[in-house]
Structure formats: C-alpha cells, structure tokens
Design a binder for this molecule. Structure first.
Ligand code: SAM
Length: 288
C-alpha cells in the first residue's frame, strides 16, 4: 500500500525520527498534499521512457511520485541531512539516484551527466527553493543539458513574470530572457496551506517547453539579453532614455537615433510596450 511522504503526519514523523528542522535559508518548504504532486506529475507528461532531473528532493515527497511514473529519476539535493534520509524514505524505488550537489554547480557536460544527452526524453521537475528560482532556470536554459521541458513550482509572482504579455505590468527583461528559447505556460496555482512550513507567498506551477528554434534571430543571445536588460533599467523612462546612456559617451547618440528609425521603433515608447520581435529588430540594427 502506497502511503505518500507528502502528508502532514508522515512528514512530521520523518522530521521527528531524524530530529531535524527545516532551514528557511535553503528554501525548505515541503509539500504535504499528494493531489498537488499527482497534478504536477500529470502536467510533466512523463512516462516509462522519461528520465527526470529533480531539484531539491528534500525528504522525497515529489521524488516518489516521479519514480512511480518515470524510467529514472536523478535528484540533486544540497542539504546532506536529506541525502541520508532519502536513502531510507526512497528505499523501495530502485530507479532513483540522489546526488549531494548544489544544482547551480553541476557540470552537465562532464561525467556522469554528459551521457544524459543520449536519453530518450529528459524532463526537469522541481518544487524549487524560491531564493534561487531565476538563477536555477537561467542556468539550466544556458547549460548543455538537453531537457525537453521544465516543470517548476515557484512563487506565483515569478511565474506571472515569465508568462507576462507585452504591455502588462509583469512584463520585463526576465519575460524576454525566458521566452527567447522557451514557450512558457502557467499550469495551476498552488495555495500556501499545502506546505510545511507555510511560505509567505502564493505559488504556481509553470511549464517551460523548449522551442525548436529561438523565437527571434540574434547573433549572440547573451548580448541580446544584456541589451534588453539595459532597456529596462529604469522602467518609467522611455527606451531612448534607458539606452542613450550606453551610446552617449561613444558619441553615437546620433547613430542611435538612426538605428531606431531603421527599426521603425518610436524612441519615446517605454520598453514594456516592445515585443521580443521588436527588441530583436532594434538589437539587430545596432549590432549587425
Ligand atoms: N521536493 C521537496 C518537496 O516538494 O516537498 C522539497 C522542496 S523545498 C521547496 C526545496 C529543496 O531544495 C530543499 O530540500 C532544499 O534543501 C533544496 N535546495 C536548496 N538549495 C538548493 C541547491 N542550490 N541545490 C539543490 N537543492 C537545493
């Protein structure tokens, strides 16, 4: 009989048995509602051919749900205490490997992870530590890890930024950084009361599906991201006023005006009104 770890009583029992307390500094809020986990696994679309990378397994609440559906689960946990506990809580699953590692420091192009590129299908699933949501996602997107999709439980506000429509308040350089290579979709909202301890904010599950091609064509994706960030430096200013700082010293202000004209973008607009395609057009006028 399957008795999920994701249950207030069982979670409390495990924490008591090993005499440990959760660390706020590591974003340790554990899911104790099995229905949320089932739903997360459903939207992840994993099956017996899928290899799953999990970030932050904790005591294994999500891990066991993944292990029951996937071919294999590789779970990366920074907290040594949990690595020991997982050996016992997940002892019934022979398709799980736990790595005691900071997910931000994993070298995907070195052994033993380099061979992950030969897996039939790779999906990343996580109930993220919220304090490093953006670094984790950007790091994975920029890495060599050939995942098909990311399914991530995160702070609702961050998920809203990543899915924001142009012209809305939530739209910013992060929206563009994410949507350059991924299709972002909000899956469902998760209330505070399904975690122990309860976080201060509402959460949401976000799905990021890798696109076959980036949404726009630019020569250097990191330089493009920096350009977009520069355009958003001061939100209330026009895109012209944000960008001119970068060109004024080099005496290129006149040139900047010509680039705007060639891209057919009114320099008096605010950056939040520019689509990713318009940003790319302007960037390409300037750099190419
Ligand atoms: N997966 C469990 C669940 O759903 O209940 C725990 C999720 S908890 C929000 C986040 C987990 O990420 C914690 O176990 C924490 O120790 C771990 N963690 C925090 N920073 C990490 C890092 N840099 N690399 C890997 N794991 C990390």
């Amino acid at each position: 009989e399957f008795r999920p770890i994701a249950n207030p009583t069982r979670t409390a029992e495990i924490m008591k048995q090993y005499d440990i307390k959760m660390k706020k500094s590591l974003g340790q809020n554990f899911l104790v509602e099995p229905q949320i986990l089932s739903k997360m696994v459903d939207v992840s679309q994993i099956n017996e051919w899928t290899t799953v990378i999990e970030i932050g397994p904790g005591i294994g609440a999500l891990t066991e749900f993944l292990a029951r559906k996937a071919k294999r689960v590789l779970a990366f946990e920074i907290d040594q205490r949990f690595v020991e506990i997982l050996a016992s809580t997940l002892q019934d699953y022979d398709n799980v490997e736990v790595f005691h590692q900071d997910i931000l420091k994993v070298e995907w192009d070195a052994e033993p992870f380099v061979s992950l590129k030969d897996e039939e299908e790779l999906v990343v699933v996580a109930n993220l530590p919220y304090y490093i949501t953006t670094p984790i996602i950007m790091n994975l997107i920029e890495s060599q890890l050939p995942f098909k999709r990311l399914v991530m439980l995160m702070q609702k506000e961050v998920a809203e930024r990543m899915t924001a429509a142009v012209g809305t308040k939530a739209y910013n350089s992060l929206t563009i950084a994410i949507n350059y290579q991924m299709d972002a979709k909000m899956a469902f909202i998760v209330p505070k009361n399904v975690f122990i301890p309860k976080p201060n904010v509402d959460s949401a599950v976000l799905i990021l599906e890798r696109r076959e091609q980036p949404r726009v064509k630019v020569d250097d994706s990191l330089a493009f991201q920096e350009f977009v960030q520069a355009a958003f430096t001061q939100r209330r200013k026009t895109i012209w006023n944000n960008l001119r700082h970068y060109y004024i010293n080099s005496g290129e202000e006149d040139q900047l005006a010509k680039w705007f004209e060639a891209a057919q973008i009114d320099p008096q607009r605010r950056s939040e009104t520019l689509s990713i395609e318009e940003f790319a057009t302007l960037y390409n006028e300037i750099t190419v």
